[in-house]
Design a binder for this molecule. Structure first.
Ligand code: PHE
Length: 367
């Protein structure tokens, strides 16, 4: 302990310790040592320029193993009658050091703050733009489709991706021997449990719960065991539409899709209806638009026909109404289902569906 005190004081004062007398293993400290400490402290304080220097000095003098506490450790070694007076002097020195350092630290930290203000708030400097990301092109297309149909009074609804045969086929008037039911065309999880192959399932789920009038669109993912290539994927997105009310006609279907196509693809795009067949609509149609890549002149995307199919549609089959206990004599309706990847590819001239799923920023950042 004595050796520690001696080497500490030596280190502090930069000299040997003539003022220490080691007698009978007792250490005597002269009052001058306190005064010298005070003097050295004042010299050091006078040289402080920065906040961190002031903070370092605080640690040096007032820290747990600092100068003052080392001076205090000496007290128990002093003769009993000297202890009180040394203790008092050391405490007075400690108070003085604390106050002076606190004043310096306050002043220097205020100065530092005000210098920040001067430097940081240069309003003429251009700001740093944070990278906030953006919507995936398919999410953006779904949002654009929603926007158009919201203006026509359609509500957005969702249904499950894992479905039963009833919702994917039976209730949609798809006969039990229909080829789309085989596992060449549908992913089965187990008997009667499958990944939906179309969003038409949501038509049934909504009609079961609500009475007409119905006006919904249902965006979502569907699954089909197709081999992946530039045009096909085992998973893609559809937006289903359904409108049911009294007196709904095929003209309403045409007018609604006309509005959508003009709003989404632009005024110059032409549309055409081709007769088709779906078990859940009668009559049924497939709807084409003039190829936006070649403006109808003919290119590889439209197989040189000038037209590209974008959706299937038709008037809701009375058998579907029967499945959901709607009065088919009273209500009529139309439904449509469009491929989200397909319309996005046509709008932006994308020639490979796989690009949507690769998460390649070079592709995604273009939208
Ligand atoms: N569900 C059909 C498909 O996936 C599309 C469709 C929906 C057709 C609604 C008619 C009516 O191909």
């Amino acid at each position: 302990m004595i050796e520690k005190a001696r080497s500490f004081i030596e280190c502090m004062y930069g000299m040997s310790v003539p003022a220490f007398f080691i007698t009978n293993r007792k250490l005597f400290i002269m009052p001058e040592e306190i005064q010298d400490t005070q003097k050295i402290f004042h010299d050091e304080v006078a040289r402080i320029k920065t906040l961190s220097e002031a903070e370092l000095l605080k640690v040096k003098y007032l820290g747990r193993t600092g100068v003052v506490s080392e001076l205090m450790k000496v007290i128990p070694k002093l003769p009993v009658d000297k202890r009180a007076s040394y203790g008092k002097q050391i405490n007075a020195l400690k108070d003085e050091i604390s106050k002076i350092l606190a004043d310096h630290i306050n002043r220097l930290s205020l100065e530092k703050k005000s210098s920040y203000k001067k430097e940081v708030f240069d309003v003429t400097l251009p700001g740093k733009l944070p990278c906030i990301g953006k919507k995936h092109p398919l999410t953006q297309t779904i949002a654009d489709i929603k926007d158009v149909f919201a203006r026509l009074g359609f509500e957005v609804v969702f249904g499950p991706e894992v479905e039963s045969e009833y919702y994917n086929f039976d209730a949609l008037n798809i006969p039990s021997d229909h080829p789309s039911r085989t596992d060449f065309d549908t992913f089965y999880i187990k008997e009667d449990v499958l990944l939906r192959s179309q969003t038409s399932t949501v038509q049934i789920r909504i009609m079961e719960k609500q009475k007409p009038p119905i006006r919904i669109i249902a965006p979502g993912i569907v699954y089909r065991p197709d081999t992946v290539d530039a045009r096909h994927s085992f998973m893609f997105h559809q937006v289903e539409g359904l409108l049911v009310d009294e007196g709904v006609s095929f003209a309403d279907l045409k007018g609604t899709l006309y509005q959508f196509i003009k709003s989404y693809f632009g005024e110059n795009v032409q549309m055409r209806f081709r007769p088709s067949f779906f078990p859940f609509t009668e009559p049924s149609a497939e709807v084409d638009i003039s190829c936006s890549l070649c403006s109808g002149k003919g290119c590889s995307v439209c197989s040189y026909s000038g037209w590209v199919e974008i959706l299937g549609a038709g008037m809701v089959d009375p058998n579907v109404f029967e499945a959901v206990h709607y009065d088919a004599e009273k209500y009529t309706g139309f439904a449509f289902g469009m491929g989200v990847e397909r319309v996005t590819m046509l709008k932006y001239g994308i020639d490979d569906i796989r690009l949507f799923y690769e998460n390649d920023m070079r592709f995604l950042s273009q939208f």
